[in-house]
Design a protein around this ligand. Structure first.
Ligand SMILES: Cc1cc2nc3c(=O)[nH]c(=O)nc-3n(C[C@H](O)[C@H](O)[C@H](O)COP(=O)(O)OP(=O)(O)OC[C@H]3O[C@@H](n4cnc5c(N)ncnc54)[C@H](O)[C@@H]3O)c2cc1C
Length: 416
């Protein structure tokens, strides 16, 4: 039976993109315990398909990425958080490449695709439509080289523990149902989203909002929970999970058709299928309402693309749809919107600090205000690396400051 340390310097709850990136940042400052409630490989990060947005192509610049992020956020972004995201993004992506992330390339040049509400092609992808899995793989491999990091899977964190109003550790249930306590100088919540609160969601079963609940019970501020993004295009097969059909298909000119096979997006928005997600999701719901059907859906049509291109660009989507006898090279894909991403969560500053001393949050569980009311496609993996690194740096600093305080309290005044 494995045993986890009862006492460590830092606890990171979550092994998705945000938790892994933070752990790497923390490893030089002390012992880091990274926990996951199921297998380490089970996170939203692993399912992210379309890619990671970054202003690195020749036709792009940081100002344009910022403007698209602010526009998609419907005037409710924290502009400073959005500026940090786009400005620090390129450096974090270079780091991912240095750590072995194999983004897709034409020859030696990175290939960028376009997604909804982006004014430029700026979305990097890996293995076609397995970007999150590849980023997670590279971060995990990097973290495994750092001896200060300990991983433990199937450890379900249930609550934060407080000492003198300072978060001082967590309560856990292990696989056998036993309860434990682990203490640390600082705790990072990187527990991901809340999608499973909804009956129709693209999120994996781990996305049950545990981090928000734990933080709330401990007295942390929660904000913007009303902003939940519904992804316009989740595969609709009755009684099957709502597998995501990436926006990148629309970036490759896939069209939406209603039950009468008519294309409808141009009448809702000038960017048509590439309008912001909230606009597309609302348009689909409207079309499902005005054409009566027992099981309403709309269709995504990419049959104009060559079969070869579809299979090489979207291998995971192709294989998954085939399991339901939908051949996306010849058939239209039945889709419906589904709950996808929580813009709100545990309120933090731009360093991932919450209002509770010792408690930090990063990634989807956090609310920095970076996405406003509506996240720009492919900005959340970027958020994970940018704000995961920032939270890690702030936790390092908090430990250093605590050690300095202890040292200065121990200095004996010189005899007069
Ligand atoms: C199908 C799908 C496709 C997506 N595609 C994209 C995309 O192309 N581009 C993009 O930018 N974003 C995409 N997203 C969104 C993006 O993947 C997520 O927002 C991001 O990966 C969240 O990362 P995270 O590190 O915050 O959390 P996650 O990756 O979800 O990791 C959460 C971790 O917390 C752990 N955990 C949770 N609760 C507990 C608990 N109580 N105790 C212990 N551990 C716990 C889990 O075990 C897991 O390790 C997609 C999301 C989905 C669902």
């Amino acid at each position: 039976m494995k045993s986890i340390p009862r006492e460590t310097d830092f606890i990171v709850v979550g092994a998705g993109v945000a938790g892994l990136r933070a752990a790497i940042e923390l490893a030089e400052a002390g012992r880091v315990l990274v926990l996951a409630k199921r297998e380490l490989s089970e996170s939203a990060t692993q399912y992210a398909q379309g890619g990671i947005a970054v202003a690195l192509s020749d036709e792009d610049d940081i100002g344009l990425h910022l403007q698209d992020t602010l526009d998609a956020g419907d005037g409710l972004c924290n502009p400073e958080a959005a500026r940090i995201l786009v400005e620090e993004g390129p450096e974090r992506i270079q780091e991912l490449i240095d750590w072995g992330t194999a983004f897709d390339r034409h020859g030696t040049k990175l290939t960028f695709t376009r997604e909804g509400a982006h004014s430029r092609s700026r979305v990097l992808h890996a293995h076609g439509d397995s970007t999150g899995r590849e980023i997670g793989r590279a971060l995990y491999s990097k973290a495994r080289t750092l001896s200060n990091i300990t991983f433990s899977d199937f450890e379900f964190s249930t609550d934060l523990s407080l000492h003198d109003e300072h978060v001082a550790g967590i309560e856990l249930i292990d696989q056998s149902g036993g309860t434990h306590h682990a203490s640390a100088s600082a705790v990072l919540l990187a527990t991901g989203g809340i999608g499973q609160v909804y009956s129709e969601t693209t999120n994996p079963p781990i996305a049950t909002g545990d981090g928000v609940a734990m933080a709330f019970r401990a007295g942390a501020e929660i904000s913007d929970m009303e902003f939940v993004q519904f992804h316009p295009t989740a595969l609709y097969v009755r009684n099957a999970p709502r597998f995501l059909i990436s926006e990148a298909l629309r970036g490759e000119r896939a069209q939406l058709r209603n039950m009468e096979m008519l294309r409808f997006m141009p009448k809702y928005h000038e960017m048509a299928e590439l309008a912001p997600r909230d606009v597309v999701a609302r348009a689909i719901v409207h079309e499902m309402e005005i054409i009566p059907a027992r099981d309403p859906v709309v269709y995504l049509d990419l049959t104009h693309l060559s079969a070869e291109r579809i299979k090489s660009r979207f291998p995971r989507i192709y294989d998954t749809c085939m399991k339901y006898n939908i051949d996306i090279t010849t058939d239209m894909i039945p889709i419906r919107p589904a709950a996808h991403y929580a813009m709100g969560g545990v309120r933090t500053d731009l360093q991932g600090k919450t209002n509770l001393p010792g408690l930090f949050a990063a990634g989807e569980v956090a609310a920095t205000g970076v996405h406003g009311a509506n996240r720009l496609a492919s900005n959340s993996l970027l958020e994970g690396v940018v704000f995961g690194a920032r939270a890690g740096a702030a936790m390092r600093e908090s430990l250093r400051a605590a050690k300095d305080r202890t040292r200065s309290n121990c200095i004996t005044p010189a005899p007069i």
